[in-house]
Design a protein around this ligand. Structure first.
Ligand code: FE
Length: 355
């Protein structure tokens, strides 16, 4: 599972991240696993927590992982903690839970956070974790982005393929992900480097046209090969037109036989300069976080909004990072053709080859 990384090297990375999480000798760190999955990750985090003087323990749940899409089909929202009050209570007693099984979108995760426990999700391959090790500067740029997004009343984004869509903001909070968490009750995910909010439930109108090279992440993990046009009215996707990628999307969404699966979900952008757009092509394992967080992408998504406090808990969720977009908050340009228009968000990036 460590893919050739030594246990000590993995523990070093965990220590870096737990330090950023402000773990110290006054804290208790719980690692949460399922069956025999990621036991080496659990060992690494417990070793790192021990080096920092923290108390540590493991909660190990039975059952197969829903992340194994080949075995179970991809969906979100169920967790092995459901109905297991003893396990939930143990997790609430920790200061930090390292989630190695994927609680995201579950009611149990929200209950644990509400108890003041912070949660760090970590399920990606070690090569991704190492390449996308969080930094304080990424946190600064994600939080600066979040301030801008939380002050805005409208978000509009466009691309050369014909996207022009407007989100009415202000109804839901902004969620940040920068790869670590030091605030009570706050969730994060290593690797991180993006932020998101949702429009009012009926507050998205316009057209989104996925362009060649945009990415359909889970459950597809593929680059769009030809434009896909989506007509959106009052927060609902009404039409999906295009080639085989459009057919794949329609077929996947229709499989849920659920009107709520047609909703538009979170919207935001990526800030991680170490993540590559091309990463999925050379290492397609994991949840596709590298694709979600790469610098300057606009992350469009469909399906649920309960992680932001809404009541749509459809298990049909698709994240779609889009390249070379321009994004405006109340008409102020934040991204222009995929590059940040605000100095505080920009990172110098070298390019040897140009088109
Ligand atoms: Fe998402």
């Amino acid at each position: 599972m460590l893919d050739g990384m030594s246990a000590a090297g993995f523990a070093d990375m965990c220590e870096h991240v737990l330090r950023l999480c402000a773990v110290d000798e006054h804290e208790t760190v719980c690692v949460l696993t399922r069956a025999d999955e990621r036991q080496d990750y659990a060992d690494g985090f417990m070793a790192a927590a021990g080096r920092l003087g923290a108390s540590t323990f493991q909660v190990r749940m039975p059952g197969a992982s829903p992340l194994n899409a080949q075995a179970t089909g991809w969906s979100v929202g169920t967790s092995p903690l459901a109905g297991n009050e003893a396990a939930i209570e143990a997790l609430k007693r920790a200061d930090l839970v390292v989630d190695l099984l994927f609680l995201l979108f579950s009611k149990e995760q929200l209950a644990i956070q509400a108890a003041g426990t912070r949660i760090l999700l970590c399920v990606e391959p070690t090569a991704h974790l190492a390449r996308l090790l969080p930094t304080a500067d990424q946190r600064r740029r994600v939080e600066t982005s979040a301030e801008l997004l939380s002050e805005a009343r409208t978000l509009r984004f466009t691309n050369a393929a014909g996207t022009d869509v407007v989100y009415q903001l202000g109804h839901y909070p902004v969620i940040t992900e920068y790869g670590y968490t030091d605030a009570p009750g706050r969730w994060d995910h290593w690797p991180g480097g993006f932020l998101a909010t949702s429009a009012a439930d009926d507050g998205v109108d316009g057209r989104v046209v996925l362009d060649r090279g945009d990415i359909l992440i889970t459950p597809f993990a593929k680059y769009v090969e030809a434009p896909v046009e989506m007509e959106i009215r009052a927060g609902r996707i009404e039409q999906v037109r295009g080639g085989v990628d459009a057919e794949l999307l329609r077929d996947y969404i229709n499989a849920f036989d659920d009107e709520r699966a047609c909703a538009v979900s979170h919207i935001g952008w990526g800030c991680n300069e170490n993540a590559r757009w091309s990463g999925l092509q050379f290492d397609g394992r994991g949840l596709g976080m590298e694709s979600r967080v790469f610098y300057g992408n606009v992350l469009f998504s469909t399906g649920p909004n309960q992680e932001l406090g809404g009541d749509n808990d459809t298990p049909c969720h698709i994240d779609i990072p889009m390249r070379n977009c321009s994004l405006f908050l109340d008409d102020r340009p934040i991204l222009v053709d995929g590059e940040f228009a605000i100095d505080a968000l920009r990172v110098p990036r070298g390019a040897v080859l140009t088109p």
